[in-house]
Design a protein around this ligand. Structure first.
Ligand code: PTJ
Length: 251
């Protein structure tokens, strides 16, 4: 990793970038993952590199849905594995949802590498190695485990592609997406869209799950029932616009 001084004004962003580069070096992240991270950084700049009020609400509702689910699964790709392996393991335990490796640029070798990386980080079981079921898509993300994503009722998908998100929704699943771009197809298709950096989102969700686990199902349902994803997406676009307006005034 590069030596970035802790007092650098962009320390957190630069360290996040370093984690993705390291992910590529150790063979868990795809080279395309670097480009995706760059796109994410741009949107993160626009949301002010903070969890907005609307994103926090989406994170809270998402955790309630995971806690209420009968067969929740947390999908993991090469970027998520590099950026938030420990939080994924923690959230998986808190909400009782297995991790499943599912890749767009799929190779069996990379799937196995990510599985063992997550196990090194404390995961007891990681799905995705069997790949014995198919979604009707023509890319690597079609390959899923029959006892994982295929049968899941609620799926968390950090940095998803629009096609699979649509397919999972069409299959009747509740899809929770984490995507810094509120205008992406994934964001517009998901049941709950968290417009936040996966690094902040997962940290918040671990904290929320620790607290929300204490509630009974009825109380969790009450939090979920008022949720409107269209409104949250409009809010996140408005938050970006207000941030830009503020910058123009400051100049
Ligand atoms: O590991 P694989 O093979 O499954 O590939 C994973 C990537 C991410 C390369 C693949 O899914 C891909 O190409 O994704 P896209 O289509 O580039 O979409 C990535 C979306 O995630 C974009 O809308 C980005 O703005 C957003 N994004 C990127 N980095 C982050 C992010 N959202 C949240 N947190 C981030 N750190």
């Amino acid at each position: 990793m590069s030596d970035i001084p802790k007092d650098h004004p962009r320390y957190i962003s630069l360290m996040t970038r370093e984690r993705i580069v390291e992910g590529v070096d150790i063979g868990i992240t795809s080279q395309q993952g670097l480009v995706a991270q760059g796109r994410g950084e741009c949107f993160d700049y626009l949301v002010g590199e903070r969890t907005t009020t609307s994103a926090f609400l989406a994170e809270k509702v998402a955790v309630c849905m995971l806690l209420l689910a009968k067969r929740p699964v947390l999908s993991v790709n090469g970027n998520a594995a590099a950026l938030v392996p420990e939080f994924l393991v923690e959230l998986s335990e808190l909400v009782g949802a297995p991790l499943e490796v599912n890749l767009f640029h799929r190779s069996d070798e990379r799937v196995e590498r990510i599985i063992s990386y997550l196990k090194q980080k404390g995961a007891s079981e990681v799905l995705g190695g069997k790949g014995d079921a198919r979604l009707s898509l023509d890319h690597g993300r079609a390959i899923v485990d029959s006892d994982g994503i295929y049968k899941a009722d609620v799926v968390l998908v950090p940095l998803e592609d629009g096609d699979r998100c649509q397919k999972l929704v069409d299959m009747g699943k509740t899809v929770i997406a984490i995507d810094l771009n509120p205008m992406s197809r994934t964001s517009r298709t998901a049941s709950v869209t968290i417009v936040d950096n996966v690094v902040r989102a997962l940290a918040n969700m671990v904290g929320l799950a620790t607290e929300l686990k204490k509630l009974d199902p009825f109380e969790l349902q009450n939090i979920v029932k008022e949720y409107d994803n269209g409104r949250i997406l409009s809010e996140s676009v408005r938050e970006i616009r207000d941030g830009l307006d503020g910058m123009i005034i400051d100049m």
